[in-house]
Design a protein around this ligand. Sequence first.
Ligand code: ZN
Length: 437
Amino acid sequence: MRKQLTFLFAFAIFSSYLFTSCQKTPVIDEAEVTRIISTLASDEMEGRRTFTPGIEKAAEFIAGEFEKIGLEYMDGLSSYQQKFSMYSLRQESAEVSINGKAVASENLLVSVSGETFELKDVAEADIITVPAGTNFQAAFNEARRATGKRLVLVDPSHKNLFVRYKGFFNRAARAARVMELDNDNGMVMVVTEATSVKSVDIKVTNSVEENSLANVGAKISGKRANEVVVFSGHYDHLGIRGAEGDSIFNGANDDASGITAVLTLARYFKDSGKKPERTILFVAFTAEEMGGFGSQYFSKQLNPDEIVAMFNIEMIGKPAVSGPNTAWITGFDKSDFGSLLQKAVEGTEYEFYADPYPAQNLFYRSDNATLARLGVPAHTISTTPIDVDPDYHKASDEVSTLDMAHMTNTIKAISAAAVRIISGVDTPTRVDPTGLN
Ligand SMILES: [Zn+2]
């Protein structure tokens, strides 16, 4: 009882501090939290997999909620949906010869991002050699991350590893998707005795299919248009898998819980009635589970230097290992965002901690990382016991496994913790992208 009172009291102080001229009393309540998450994680949404009708239903639901709350569209848009395209590539042919000798397909791994890829002039290529005794994995990753026309010569001593990579890669490449078609970008990797290239003749062709997808976002304009605070989560999940038993992956915790927080916070800050000092964006990202494409597209539609903080919210439906009324923040040492949040809720019953699973690299495993790589203090807030959670990425990730009271308290704590940043009192330090993976 006493703890609850302490919390409500502190909460009242925060609320009156920011919202002196309230029109409605903003509330974050459990019934509303339950309504939203139950809708998003219902079987009707079919697991919200990107490029399926289920995720489109979810997008319409989220847009409908933004509309009811009375939020603005994000800049440059005429609806709440931020639509874009991705291109799915399927290899139709690949002919490669080096120094006049054709390369057998078993010695060939091709990854190109356009409809065609041609290389006939050695001077146009970056030639990368992977000699015997070097770290194949490191060389592979480096070559993949590079851009332009890359020809990688792999010493035959790496053949076993090469074959394994080719196997993984071909499975993934069946659904290879790129955000931009580029006939001048591609990697051709060849197992060969050759260590230098005098002549080359490469022609790869792909079939291309265009698919559309969308983030769903909304805005509350602040007095400062070019200082933006972002609340985000991802609304996509894994869809329907397998045919037996419960085949719908509802993704209640991952990440219907984060989207529920985003919508509830949007209602909360809008109902405060007062124009905030800083502009606030509420964003539901698509295609997080496929590789973070939604946040990548979003990050290119605005100036990341204007984002002063990003509260990315992932899996807050189950109490954290650190106990009830606690949440943790990824990348605690990458900016002072986490310690500002800690200070902001001091004296309440809620506490924020550093991510207790550093070995899991969670800072890099959600949409915050895309913005952090651009210098934004972008962190993920979570409470999930990810190391022991039997429902993580399973069909059993259902609302019935979640604790609604905990979730509601966590959203309240985030709202309280964000007040000083939204009002311009606190500004987190920037992330140094050079120190990131
Ligand atoms: Zn997630």
